[in-house]
Design a protein around this ligand. Structure first.
Ligand code: SAM
Length: 556
């Protein structure tokens, strides 16, 4: 009885002295513990002990001799109170500083579902956003349906979108049909992330026509992430796309073909989802004389038409890598100024609109001496405003055909052997700054280096894949693809470059089983019709066999 009383006194003593820093206290306790276990109480430990016992040091000392177990009990209890359960500490939150509350809330791990929500509810209205956020996270862990109205009210009143999102997530975790009307209200939230959180909660109830009607209304939401989430929802509902050909397959009749014609004439004969990767460098508006467009707008529209077709023929979730750079249309005379066009930036929004997702912006850096000198005048006179930077970079922008499937899904389509053979071994560039020397060619005025094409092909395709370049030039993409065990399919409008590409590709073809072939548009159309006819026959044969199987199984 007396011992219990003293114990309580000591406990209270500690609480009285809130000013004592926790860590000093814990340190002193650990000292006392080791001193007691060795039987040697030093001056400081004795002083501390006397503080604990509220007795003079000499009494504390003899107390240690007389009541060792009780003393250990006190120490244990003191240590426990220092490392007190954060939930117990939270009960005194009103006496704690914001930092202490945040630290305590952060320490809380899993929570038993019967934890009293009263610990967190007042903190969910704390003036500090961080406290409210952590309180909301902990309320979410409780998954307590009785909290639905409180959570909904808190979320409606909450001004911070971070906290609101967390509260909407907490509502979603209740997984009960009662949450539907509450979540529907957040579909019109001003923050897309809150909307996405509400959609996430509602997707549990995708069988509910009410839910689906509301979600359908968001299909044209101004925010692209919301639209994307919805595309995924409705795409999933309609089942996976009805593609019957394996992902790794590409039409053999396209393998290692160069078609000498306008890409727009050729590509319409290429079946949907035929190619695994497109890497290209389009004509640079009117910067070279092989291209002539009515206007810059007309040029961009031409590219959009080509890239829309590229999108159609690209396999699900596969990559489209575009090399462009700003171009300069020289001035007509000294009285005129030259014009620069920022092609990669102008084309980017048009490409994402087609349905390609932006993945990476890689900067291809060339050595300084390779840049065209634009500094002549300025170098002499040094007058501000006349400065012109020598351009040593080009853009290599990486896009992926939009899909709800993860990259892992794409990778899983390949067998172990192909994955093994395609691994990117050894050193590789880890940043988006690719230092590669440019290439010059005796025939073509604007080629990219084989090294650049090899890097792109190595990183964004697997062995046996089909790689496409709509603006093939001398066929650099084909050369790299062949060297890396991929197939190529190229289109090039200018006969001289197409012939040249055929020549280079045939020379580089020593180890390639499929010989490069140069086709005219007419030859290509004939080939495609032959193969489509073949595909139709194949398809009919498959249908027939399915019918037969069906008949047999129903007979059984
Ligand atoms: C920048 S060069 C590409 C060079 C290529 N990357 C190489 O390394 O050889 C662009 C090429 O696109 C070709 N081209 C332009 N318009 C075309 C079209 N409508 N269809 C097919 N090729 C076209 C041009 O003749 C030129 O050879």
């Amino acid at each position: 009885m007396t011992e219990t009383l003293r114990f309580t006194q000591v406990d209270e003593g500690m609480q009285d002295d809130e000013g004592m820093r926790r860590f000093t206290f814990a340190y002193a306790l650990s000292k006392v513990r080791s001193s007691v276990s060795t039987g040697k109480l030093g001056y400081y430990t004795l002083t501390f002990l006397s503080f604990l016992l509220k007795k003079p040091p000499e009494v504390a000392y003899s107390y240690e001799n007389k009541h060792p177990n009780h003393l250990r009990g006190i120490i244990n209890s003191m240590e426990a109170s220092v490392q007190q359960n954060p939930l117990e500490r939270l009960a005194r939150a009103q006496c704690m500083s914001t930092r202490e509350i945040v630290e305590t809330l952060e320490q809380i791990g899993r929570l038993p579902t019967n934890t009293a929500p009263q610990l967190f509810l007042p903190l969910a209205e704390h003036p500090e956003e961080e406290v409210r956020l952590l309180a909301a996270k902990n309320l979410a862990k409780l998954e307590n349906r009785a909290l639905l109205d409180s959570l909904a009210q808190l979320a409606r009143r909450e001004s911070s979108t971070r906290v609101r999102r967390e509260l909407v997530s907490a509502i979603g975790r209740l997984r009960h049909p009662d949450i539907i009307p509450h979540l529907l209200k957040f579909l019109s939230d001003e923050d897309p992330k809150v909307i996405l959180q509400a959609i996430r909660g509602l997707l549990l109830f995708r069988e509910s026509p009410e839910v689906m009607t509301h979600l359908e209304k968001l299909k044209n939401h101004p925010n692209e992430l919301v639209r994307k989430a919805l595309v995924q929802v409705f795409h999933k509902r309609s089942g996976d796309s009805p593609r019957c050909l394996p992902h790794v397959y590409s039409p053999e009749w396209l393998h290692n073909k160069i078609v000498n014609a306008d890409v727009l004439e050729v590509i319409k004969y290429v079946p949907d989802e035929s190619v695994h990767l497109t890497f290209t460098s389009p004509p640079y508006y009117n910067a070279r004389d092989y291209t002539l467009y009515q206007s810059y707008e007309g040029y961009l529209q031409f590219l959009v038409r080509v890239f829309t077709e590229v999108h159609r023929i690209t396999k699900e979730g596969r990559f489209f890598v575009l090399n462009t750079s700003p171009i300069l249309i020289p001035r007509m005379s000294r009285q005129h100024s030259s014009t620069r066009y920022l092609i990669p930036f102008d084309i980017h929004p048009l490409i994402t609109k087609i349905g390609f997702e932006f993945i990476d912006d890689i900067i291809w850096v060339k050595p300084e001496p390779s840049a065209k000198n634009r500094n002549g005048g300025f170098f002499q006179h040094r007058k501000p405003l006349a400065y012109k930077a020598n351009s040593v970079v080009e853009y290599v922008i990486v896009y992926r055909k939009q899909t709800d499937k993860l990259i892992d899904w794409n990778i899983r389509q390949y067998d172990e052997e192909t994955i093994e053979a395609s691994r990117v071994l050894g050193d590789y560039e880890k940043t988006n700054l690719w230092k590669i020397a440019p290439s010059a060619d005796p025939v073509h005025p604007a080629v990219f280096p084989v090294e650049l094409a090899e890097r792109v092909i190595t990183l964004y395709s697997y062995r046996g894949d089909l790689v496409f370049d709509p603006f093939a030039g001398r066929g650099t993409v084909g050369l790299a693809a062949m060297a890396l065990g991929r197939y190529f399919f190229l289109t090039e409008k200018e006969p001289i470059y197409a012939q040249y590409a055929k020549q280079l590709l045939s020379e580089g073809n020593l180890f390639c089983q499929k010989h490069p072939e140069l086709l005219s548009l007419e030859q290509f159309i004939a080939l495609s019709q032959e193969n489509n006819q073949y595909c139709l026959l194949l398809f009919e044969a498959v249908l027939e066999s399915l019918d037969r199987e069906g008949a047999t199984s129903s007979a059984v």
